[in-house]
Write a protein that binds this ligand. Structure first.
Ligand code: AMP
Length: 225
């Protein structure tokens, strides 16, 4: 089962994506995590994308598409799960087309595209107070969802940091870039009748339940897909 989570930065994609992968026993791939890891490790991909990510601009399609497809393949090999939740990829219509072509070659297709809708003013507030764990990617909000010990991840005990691109001067640009590129992407999946729109401006658990039912699938416990 291949699920795509669409939503603005701060819409809760990361948290919800991990929850969906746990509920359905499938893998999870976040393109932002992939790029941040590459940057931290100074790999050739990291050096290629650093300028874009730090400034809140999209990495060009000819760089992100092969990197994301390779990562999806790698994760599926590693975990043995054929299903995956994609968070942050595809982000443009061209990326969506490239993904469809790659999946078709394997006789697969995207099952559902879950579009998390959150008003822009809520996103700005969420991003301004967001702290992220460099180790496991968990996110916290200093107002809504603070860690038990300040500056320390509840899940894995590693230190939290504020992403360079979550700083106020970059947040506005990221949201604008997102809004511009998402309209055609949403239209693409709507036309293919795979889009399910979810109100993401609700308590986290309610959003999770709405997403689970939006997949149109029953949960699997412990089973791999
Ligand atoms: P995210 O963690 O999903 O907010 O992604 C962080 C940054 O990584 C984005 O602001 C972009 O610079 C870059 N990025 C992640 N995924 C993509 C993608 N599919 N296409 C282009 N750039 C991306």
């Amino acid at each position: 089962m291949i699920l795509i989570l669409l939503g603005a930065p701060g819409s809760g994609k990361g948290t919800q994506g991990r929850r969906l992968s746990e509920r359905f026993g499938i893998s999870y791939m976040a393109s932002g995590d992939l790029l941040r890891r590459a940057i931290d490790q100074h790999t050739p991909l990291g050096e290629q994308v650093r300028q874009y990510v730090e400034r809140g601009l999209y990495v060009p399609d000819d760089v992100i598409v092969p990197a994301a497809l390779h990562e999806i393949h790698r994760i599926r090999e590693e975990t043995g799960a054929s299903g995956v939740v994609l968070d942050g990829f595809p982000r443009t219509r061209e990326q969506a087309q490239a993904l469809d072509v790659a999946l078709e070659a394997e006789g697969k297709r995207v099952k559902r595209v879950l579009f998390l809708n959150v008003p822009k003013d809520v996103l700005v507030n969420r991003l301004a107070g967001r702290w992220t764990c460099r180790n496991c990617g968990a996110t916290y909000n200093l107002d809504q969802n603070p860690p038990r010990t300040p500056g320390v991840c509840d899940r894995c005990g590693h230190a939290l940091f504020q992403r360079v691109d979550d700083r106020p001067e970059t947040v506005e640009r990221r949201l604008n870039v997102y809004l511009e590129s998402t309209v055609p992407l949403v239209a693409y999946y709507r036309q293919k009748r795979r889009l399910v729109e979810i109100d993401g401006n609700r308590p986290m658990n309610e959003v999770t339940e709405a997403l689970v039912s939006g997949t149109g699938c029953h949960e699997l416990s412990g089973q791999r897909r």
